[in-house]
Design a binder for this molecule. Structure first.
Ligand SMILES: [Mn+2]
Length: 293
């Protein structure tokens, strides 16, 4: 498949953040990501979890050529000097056993503190460790701090038990879909919990994935940034050389203008910085694909 984007010029960034590609699931838009990687370079690329969908692959092996191409493209960037950090999520938790390891130049870390060019510090994590807290937010708010800490510990334990039993990891999005009317609230709840974790770490902001809902906003004085996904929305977060962040949408790649004999499209493919109010999307739009967050 040859997808060549309308944006023929390569853009250079300080950092790129990408998550929730779900390679190995049929819904993964690997060709869009390959196209994106072709036109975006960075000093550092942070993979914020669920890049490979280990749970899907365990059930049935599905690994078409474009999945290999994504991996090859990342490894090639690493060889050429891009620092690549891989923070595992719940779907690629098999990598969590290897913190501090290097694979072909790719570093594995559970979570990192990213210092932006302007000196602001961001906690970077996938976000699934808060699933139990999000599901029981109201109850936990009532019970207080000890219950909150217990819930996070319980989340780790539950995941281990389910893994032992060969059950797939509990999926935020699959579960949220069953509760459509409240889904927006749950997304808000997730954001609040993650923002609270950032505050506990004394940082200025947090960059995460997991819920397949890309956004940049300010919540109670903490910058909340979600990278989105490459299953539906095809989004990434880029940090400019001055520390500004940008949410990039890459969901409209077109056929090569040369091959098609058409002129270049001028439609903008990037979305400018939004320090926005919580998204006004309705529950359906906020909801996430069948692969599970
Ligand atoms: Mn996830």
């Amino acid at each position: 498949m040859t997808l060549v984007s309308a944006h023929a010029d390569t853009r250079h960034f300080r950092t790129l953040f990408i998550s929730d590609v779900h390679l190995g699931s049929k819904a993964a838009k690997a060709d869009f990501l390959i196209d994106f990687l072709r036109y975006h370079e960075a000093e550092t690329i942070v993979l914020v979890g669920d890049i490979v969908d280990g749970w899907r692959l365990k059930r049935s092996w599905y690994w078409p050529q474009d999945c290999n191409d994504v991996v090859q493209k990342l490894l090639r960037k690493a060889r050429k000097g891009t620092r690549i950090i891989y923070i595992p999520g719940n779907h690629d938790e098999f990598l969590r056993g290897f913190p501090g390891s290097h694979f072909g130049g790719i570093e594995v870390a559970e979570r990192i503190i990213h210092e932006a060019a302007d000196g602001k510090k961001y906690l970077v994590l996938h976000g699934d460790e808060f699933d139990v807290v999000v599901r029981n937010a109201r109850l936990l708010a009532y019970l207080g701090d000890w219950a909150y800490d217990t819930a996070i510990a319980l989340n780790v334990l539950l995941a281990a038990v389910r893994r032992r039993l060969g059950m797939p990891y509990w999926s935020f999005s699959a579960w949220a879909k069953l509760q459509v009317k409240q889904a927006v609230n749950f997304i808000g709840e997730f954001q609040n919990v993650v923002v609270e974790e950032a505050r506990r770490n004394g940082v200025d902001g947090v960059i995460c994935g997991h819920i397949h809902h890309a956004v940049m906003e300010e919540i109670d004085g903490i910058r909340y940034i979600n990278t989105g996904d490459w299953v539906e929305s095809c989004t990434a977060i880029a940090e400019h050389h001055d520390g500004r962040f940008e949410l990039i949408s890459w969901n409209q790649p077109i056929q090569s203008p040369k091959a098609k004999g058409i002129t270049q499209a001028t439609s903008p493919l990037t979305v400018p910085i939004r320090v926005a109010k919580p998204a006004e999307t309705d529950a359906e739009a906020a909801l996430v694909p069948s692969t599970g967050a």
